[in-house]
Design a binder for this molecule. Structure first.
Ligand SMILES: [Zn+2]
Length: 175
């Protein structure tokens, strides 16, 4: 998947288009208004990348995929899901119990998206010093303890124990 494909998908959606991927892997756009010709031409050119991006968001990775791939997918799927999500309004003739049931279902969905978005690979690196997002869990073991030497690279304390380092050489946080 390329940044170009993701940018085209975003612009198509902004133009009011709906993108779907059929079972044979082809991408179809439908739009209530006309899509600018140059954007359509660009989309045709990146058809395969767009199909791959849609597939990545729709299909879970294979079980033998790397933890990084699984974490990236989970974040992307959560972002895609939230992007197109509109909370339904309960019809006015619904009873209080029915409205509450709907709200509880929506809370569960939001919790699920949040959990997916907070999954992190067993180790990662970022040029800027940072701390793991509160609530971040390891995709591999589900652990929530992370350690770092420099606050740029973070490691899951279970998957990558800080063996051999003294207490002053690293910092550990519980996300
Ligand atoms: Zn882990």
């Amino acid at each position: 998947m390329t940044a170009a494909s993701l940018s085209i998908i975003t612009r198509l959606r902004e133009a009011g288009a709906t993108l779907t991927r059929s079972d044979d892997g082809r991408v179809r756009f439908s739009s209530p208004t006309s899509i600018p010709a140059d954007l359509l031409a660009e989309a045709r050119q990146h058809r395969e990348g767009i199909a791959a991006a849609l597939a990545a968001a729709a299909l879970p990775p294979r079980p033998d995929a790397t933890p990084e791939t699984i974490a990236a997918w989970a974040e992307r799927a959560a972002a895609y899901a939230l992007d197109g999500y509109e909370a339904p309004e309960p019809p006015p003739d619904w009873s209080e119990a029915e409205s509450e049931r709907l709200q509880s279902l929506m809370r569960k969905m939001a919790d699920g998206y949040l959990r997916a978005a907070l999954r992190r690979p067993p180790s990662w690196w970022c040029a800027e010093a940072h701390r793991p997002t509160p609530g971040a869990t390891c995709t591999f073991c589900g652990g929530a303890r992370w350690w770092s030497r420099d606050r740029c690279g973070w490691y899951c304390a279970t998957c990558h124990p800080s063996d051999g380092l003294t207490d002053t050489e690293f910092e550990e946080v519980r996300a």
